[in-house]
Structure formats: structure tokens, C-alpha cells
Design a protein around this ligand. Structure first.
Ligand code: ASP
Ligand code: MG
Length: 781
């Protein structure tokens, strides 16, 4: 049984490496019985079209040049991919086919469709042979055996039978896209870029569950992501909008692709063959996703007014010009958008019923929910007019607008349009992980924050996670009742369940807010990024993971235009990360950061005056909940070491944790053993501290536990440990529990910039997370 029909386009097969990548995808994603539809490799169809044109112009020289070019291209692929035996047979076959083309060209008996078909035939044959070579059961299938058309109409019953007969259940079927046959067994093509259509046709004839279109973009975006940095990848797009986009010339999906899926439940997925881990766009049945906003640009088109358009004529015309067409009615007249290069053909086909109203125009179409159309029409017209691109012709329809201009819309103008038209009305889904003290306060504060955030964006809390339990409500969790809902509805989850739930969210933006202290949870960040989630973390693990992992996470975020904030991982709500970023962005360079970045150690050192043994203070702090469950976690200094690493990386340094020298705030022996053995030996700690404090007092100094980072002449030194602070200095005057960051830079060289205040506590930390969230939203706008 066919479960999935995969389709790979020309760009996915443009080189031997791409074939190998495709084979890897097939290895990972197919089972025997599945189908793989392929296009011609790279630009082969274009080359074949050129060959046909040269043949028609009787340009013999060009014909043989192009044949040579095709020969070279195929030969290279075959030689790079196939083992000697398979290679010999493949080259032989290629040689015969090319010789036949040359002969037919000479004898004036070349057929256009049969000529173009070679591209797909070569791809299918090569891929199937290559898969066999990898040990897979695979065979190539010529779609002319599967799809028959009579007078341009598909013979569904016959085709279905042919598929049942020829699609093998025991191997992977590599099927040619783009081509079919007529009743006389002549080749016909399904239109340029028709392989997507081949794939959905095959899916419907074989009752597949899914059709996966593997392409060179990651899915369907709000606009061309190569032109607009903030283009949004949608996880779900409904069929109606996808269809409309295709008719309007958006290249991601082609107009006929969706038609075979009508009245079926077949799932259609668009995903990247380059970045196979990235999340995809699913094209869903009407009503299974909300309507989205899109802008698609139009280039070199003519506007025709058609008199007495007949039913089916658009289909005929688009078959004729091998291109999708869009028509609409304005003031009772029927208009047609035609690629300028095809106007001549269309006009002569319509024999006097086509009037060219405008020629060689550019512009854009905005597809949107019906309720938004009128407003978007005004806004778009205004933006274009301000950019001296006043539309020559515009049309407002039920679910899109069309604006045709003299000049084309470049990426700057498209970005402006995108900023103005697409961002409004977007939704951000929040998933909060960690429902401890800080998490609870964060959610409490969220209800007040929402009023403020709502002006920019519609923000919804959709997921809550704690340890191994999760609560997901894609339409939003009611903030007033989240606790009872959690009690009643949270379920245990496995990692895959969580990722599936996130991938199913139908939101323009998603953010995972990690308020856990779990290293295991931080290891999921790359998976969240693949699902297009922004990240906010109070958790320190990801920011202090080894550099390779950390850098690759950063790269993936950047590639997907995703943001990551972790302001509260150092100094809780204190704006230390902002300050560092701001200084550097304004051209300053930081030379030294020193301070106390642990509320616990700050409290212990500042409270200590020798009147009470240090270990008593430790126990007191433990009781007040100021410390980790085992306070030695704090005394070890590791937490401060992590924070200093985060600050260092914020400055662009590539340190590892171990590059930061660490001396704990306790004697070595106490670090070992269980908590009871610590208690038994606490005298050691008291003596250790008393001795250090006495040492400091000799110079009129006090004991502090600090982190320090120095950059001098390109050399970086970083350490965390005991320090003696001069009485009267900011460090010495520290209020017990406060954090302090003393920053020296080029501009703050003599007098340091000091940031000081509570560096822990649920309110300030939760507020710091809100500050990250607010920043995120500002940057998404
Ligand atoms: N190879 C054909 C073309 O370039 C079909 C396809 O790529 O889908 O138009
Ligand atoms: Mg193609």
C-alpha cells in the first residue's frame, strides 16, 4: 500500500550531492510501496525547451550544442553516482537516447512533449538505480504508463487501474513527474512545474495518506523569504488560500496541484529537502486552519479584458501556455492576468475576444482573510503611493487584492508592505516550562501584561509543562483558571508528544519560555528551533553548554530568524544583558566585569561579620529558601561560573566553562560526601571563613565571593572565587542578597558603571522574563 508520495523538484536533484541527500531522505522517510515522484534534474527542462526552440528555428548548430550540454550534465551525474557496472549500462542507454534525438531532429520528426519527457525519465532511472546500489528495493516507473488523458481529460478509472497494477507494493517506486500519455500513447506534459501535480494525482489514485513536496524552501511563507527577512513560515495553510496563491503566480505550489486532493483526506506537506529537520507547512482542508495573510509579487504581466469567456476556457488557455492563469471580474468585465511572454498566444487563441488593457506591469497581490481585505487595500495603496509606485490598476476581491504597478516591487518595498500589512493581527503562542515559584508568578503577571502586549500582537498561553506533565490548549489556556485546568487536564508526556503538540500549533509565532533549572530540558532547544520556536530562558544550561553546541544553536536560530533571550539567567531581573549589549552596540568596548552574581553568596558574605559562625548563616539561608536544596551547590561557585560564562559569551568571547578558574567558598574536603557529613564537619567551613576574613581585615578589607572577567590586549582572564573588597567600595557596601555588576569599558574606565539590586526572587525574576517577552514582541513587529 502506498502510504506516502514524495516529490522532489529539479533543484533537489541538481547535483550528485543533491541526489545523495535525496537518497538519505528516502532512506529515512519511505517504506516499500511508497512512491517518489521526480522532476528533471536542475534546469534540464529549460535546456530541453531551448533545444526544441532551436530545432523549430532549424538551428542545427544550436541543436547539437545543446545535445552536448545535456550529455555532459547527465554523464557527470551518472559517473559520480553509479558504480562501474551500473554506470556502463546507464551511459549506453543515454547515448542511444541522445543519438535518437539527434536523428529525429535531422529527419524533422522530433515531438515536443516526447523530447521534454527525457528530463524526468533520466532522473527517475538514475535515482532508482542509485537506490538499488544502496541496497534498497527500488524501480523506476514511467508515468506515461500510469496517466492517460483523452482530449486533455484524465481518464480516472483507467489511471487508477494502471496505478494499482504498476505501483509495486514491495519496492520504492520512482515515478517520472510532469509527463503523461494520450490515448494513442503519445507523450503529453502536465504543464511547466507539473510534477507537483503528478504527485498529488498519484496520491489520489493510490489512496495515499500523504503527499510530501520536498523543495528548496522550508514551506509556505507570508512572502518571499529571500526578499523579506521577517517573512513568516506558516505551519498550516488552508487549501483555498494555497490555491489562490498558486493562481496568482506564487511559485511554491502550482495551481493544479491541489485539485486531485479535493474530496480526499490526503495530507499535503511542503518541506525542505535541504534542511530536513526544519518544520514543514501543511496544506489542510478548509476550516482546519485560520486564514492567513500573504503577499506575492507579480512580474511582467499583461492585463487582458476578455469578452464572453466560456466555461473551461481558462483551463484550455493555461494548458496552452503551460502556465497557471488568474481571472477576475471587475465592474461586470472579465479580466485575465497573463505572463507577458504568453500574451500573443492567448490573444490569438481567443480570436478577437481579448483586449490588452495594460501591458508589462508588475505589482503584487495580497491574500488575506475576507474581513481584512478592505483595510489592507487602503494600506497597501498608501504604502505604494508613498513609494512613488501608485498602482495603474487595482482590484479588490473577496479574499485578496491586486495592485498592478509600472515598476516592480523590490525587496525594500516588499519589506515595507510586509511590515505594514502582514504583522498586524498576528498571534504569538506561549509555552511555559517550569511551574515553580517563578513560573507561577510569571503566569500571574501575564494576565496584566496581556493588556499591554495585546496592542501589538495577540498573545496566548497555549502550553504548560512541569517535569513530565503537560497541558496543551491550542486555542489558549484561560489565565484565571490555569491551576485548576492543570490539575484536571495535565497529562504525562514523552518528548515526541511534546514536539508533535508544538508542531501542530497554528500560530505565526511561538515561544518556549524555559523557567526550569533542568539541563535535560535545555537539550531540547535545537528541536524547538526546528519547530520555529523563539526561546526565552531563565535556565542557564543552554547558555553555558559547550561551544560547538551553543554556536550551532545560535546559527540555527539566526538562519530561521528566531530570537533567543535569557536576560534572567544572570542577575534575575537586573538589566545586565541589556546594558552590555547596549554599550557594545554604541561602540564601546568592555574591559572588565566584576561582581557578585549570586544572591545566596551575596547574602552569606555580606551578612557575615564574625559574630555568628558562617555555617549557621548557611543553615539559616537554607531554611529561608535562599539556597539550592544542597547549599554546597551555591558554595561550590559553579552557579556563578555559569553566569560569568554567559556574560563572557554576551561579549562575543568563545570561552568554555572550564576556561573560568574556580575556587569554591568552602574547603575541598567539604565538597565530598553527603549532607550529613557536611554537617558533621561544618567546623571546617567556619575555620576556613574565619581565617580568610581575618586575613582581609588586616588590610581593612572584607570578604566577598566574586566573579571577574578581564580583557586586556586581547587576552581574556576569568575567575570566580574569594576576593577581599576595600571598605567603602561598592562591593563592600553590598546589601545582603543583592547582586552587583561593576563594568569598566573604554568609556567607563575610571568610574565604573554599576548595576546593583536584588538578583534573585520570584517577583523580579518573573518580571525579568516579562521584559524578555516584551522585547521579543517588539522585535517581531
Ligand atoms: N521538469 C518540469 C519543469 O521544469 C516539471 C517540474 O519541474 O515540475 O517544468
Ligand atoms: Mg521544477
Amino acid at each position: 500500500m502506498v502510504n506516502i508520495v514524495h516529490k522532489f523538484g529539479g533543484s533537489s536533484l541538481s547535483s550528485a550531492e543533491r541526489y545523495q541527500a535525496v537518497a538519505n531522505i528516502i532512506l529515512a522517510h519511505t517504506e516499500a510501496g511508497d512512491c517518489v515522484v521526480v522532476s528533471a534534474a536542475g534546469k534540464t527542462t529549460n535546456t530541453l525547451v531551448k533545444l526544441w526552440q532551436s530545432y523549430q528555428q532549424s538551428d542545427q548548430q544550436a541543436v547539437s550544442d545543446i545535445l552536448l550540454q545535456l550529455d555532459n550534465h547527465q554523464r557527470t551525474l551518472i559517473e559520480q553516482l553509479l558504480s562501474p557496472t551500473a554506470r556502463y549500462a546507464a551511459l549506453n542507454m543515454l547515448e542511444q537516447e541522445l543519438a535518437l534525438i539527434a536523428q529525429q531532429a535531422q529527419q524533422q520528426s522530433l515531438q515536443e512533449a516526447a523530447l521534454l519527457a527525457h528530463g524526468e525519465v533520466w532522473s527517475a532511472r538514475l535515482l532508482a538505480t542509485y537506490l538499488q546500489q544502496l541496497g534498497l528495493a527500488a524501480n523506476d516507473v514511467d508515468a506515461r504508463q500510469l496517466f492517460t488523458l483523452n482530449d486533455g481529460q484524465l481518464l480516472h478509472q483507467k489511471n487508477q487501474q494502471a496505478c494499482a497494477q504498476l505501483i509495486s507494493a514491495n519496492s520504492i517506486n520512482v515515478v517520472t513527474g510532469f509527463i503523461a500519455a494520450d490515448c494513442q500513447a503519445n507523450t503529453v506534459t502536465l504543464g511547466r512545474n507539473g510534477s507537483d501535480y503528478s504527485a498529488t494525482l498519484l496520491g489520489s489514485y493510490c489512496n495515499a495518506q500523504q503527499v510530501s513536496i520536498w523543495t528548496d524552501t522550508q514551506g509556505v511563507f507570508s512572502t518571499d523569504p529571500r526578499k523579506v527577512k521577517k517573512a513568516i513560515k506558516y505551519s498550516k495553510v488552508c487549501r483555498g488560500q494555497a490555491n489562490l496563491l498558486a493562481r496568482l503566480g506564487n511559485p511554491v505550489l502550482h495551481a493544479k496541484t491541489l485539485s486531485p486532493l479535493k474530496n480526499t483526506d490526503i495530507k499535503l506537506v511542503v518541506r525542505s529537502s535541504y534542511e530536513t529537520e526544519a518544520s514543514a507547512t501543511e496544506i489542510v482542508k478548509e476550516g482546519y486552519s485560520k486564514a492567513k495573510r500573504f503577499i506575492t509579487t507579480l512580474e511582467n504581466i499583461d492585463l487582458l479584458r476578455i469578452d464572453q469567456l466560456r466555461g473551461g476556457e481558462i483551463g484550455e488557455l493555461s494548458q496552452l501556455i503551460q502556465h497557471s492563469l488568474h481571472h477576475f471580474i471587475e465592474n461586470g468585465d472579465t479580466y485575465l492576468l497573463v505572463p507577458a511572454s504568453a500574451t500573443h498566444q492567448v490573444v490569438s487563441h481567443l480570436q478577437g475576444r481579448a483586449n490588452i488593457i495594460e501591458s508589462n506591469l508588475h505589482g503584487c497581490a495580497v491574500v488575506a482573510p475576507s474581513n481584512d481585505v478592505a483595510q489592507l487595500f487602503e494600506q497597501a495603496t498608501q504604502v505604494l503611493t508613498e513609494q512613488s509606485l501608485t498602482p495603474r490598476f487595482s482590484h479588490q476581491d473577496a479574499d485578496y487584492i491586486l495592485l498592478l504597478t509600472d515598476q516592480s516591487i523590490d525587496s525594500d518595498v516588499l519589506t515595507l508592505l510586509h511590515d505594514k500589512l502582514i504583522n498586524k493581527g498576528q498571534e504569538l503562542a506561549i509555552i511555559v516550562a517550569g511551574l515553580g515559584n517563578v513560573g507561577e508568578v510569571f503566569i500571574e503577571q501575564l494576565s496584566q501584561q496581556l493588556n499591554r502586549l495585546q496592542h501589538h500582537f495577540s498573545v496566548k498561553l497555549v502550553g504548560l509543562l512541569r517535569s513530565r506533565a503537560m497541558l496543551f490548549s491550542p486555542s489558549g489556556i484561560a489565565l484565571e483558571q490555569w491551576q485548576s485546568q492543570w490539575q484536571n487536564e495535565a497529562i504525562d508526556y514523552q518528548q515526541d508528544d511534546l514536539l508533535t503538540r508544538i508542531s501542530e500549533l497554528d500560530y505565526e509565532h511561538k515561544v518556549v519560555i524555559d523557567i526550569t533549572a533542568s539541563e535535560a530540558f535545555s537539550e531540547l532547544y535545537p528541536a524547538f528551533v526546528n519547530l520555529d520556536c523563539h526561546l526565552i530562558s531563565a535556565n542557564k544550561y543552554a547558555g553555558t553548554a559547550n561551544n560547538d553546541w551553543y554556536q550551532s544553536l545560535r546559527r540555527n536560530l539566526a538562519e530561521r530568524n528566531l530570537l533567543w533571550r535569557y536576560n534572567t539567567s544572570v542577575g534575575a531581573g537586573l538589566p545586565i544583558n541589556f546594558a552590555l549589549a547596549d554599550l557594545q552596540n554604541s561602540g564601546d568596548s568592555i574591559t572588565h566585569i566584576e561582581g557578585v552574581f549570586s544572591g545566596t553568596l551575596s547574602w552569606l558574605c555580606s551578612s557575615y561579620d564574625g559574630s555568628v559562625p558562617f555555617s549557621d548563616l548557611v543553615l539559616q539561608a537554607q531554611q529561608m529558601g535562599y539556597t539550592e536544596p544542597d547549599p554546597r551547590e551555591d558554595l561550590s561557585g559553579r552557579d556563578m561560573q555559569r553566569k560569568l560564562l554567559i556574560l563572557a559569551r554576551e561579549l562575543g568571547l568563545t570561552l568554555e566553562l572550564d576556561d573560568i578558574a574556580l575556587t569554591p567558598l568552602m574547603p575541598e574536603q567539604l565538597a565530598q560526601g553527603d549532607w550529613q557529613s557536611f554537617l558533621d564537619n561544618k567546623q571546617l567551613l567556619d575555620d576556613f571563613i574565619a581565617e580568610k576574613a581575618a586575613d582581609a581585615a588586616k588590610d581593612n578589607k572584607v570578604l566577598r565571593y566574586t566573579g571577574a572577567l578581564t580583557i586586556a590586549e586581547g587576552k581574556v582572564t576569568a575567575k570566580v572565587g574569594l576576593a577581599y573588597a576595600t571598605q567603602g567600595d561598592a562591593l563592600a557596601n553590598l546589601t545582603p542578597g543583592d547582586n552587583i555588576f561593576v563594568i569598566n569599558s573604554q568609556w567607563y574606565s575610571d568610574n565604573a558603571l554599576v548595576i546593583q539590586g536584588p538578583g534573585a526572587g520570584k517577583e523580579v525574576t518573573a518580571a525579568g522574563v516579562h521584559s524578555d517577552l516584551y522585547w521579543l514582541i517588539q522585535n517581531l513587529k
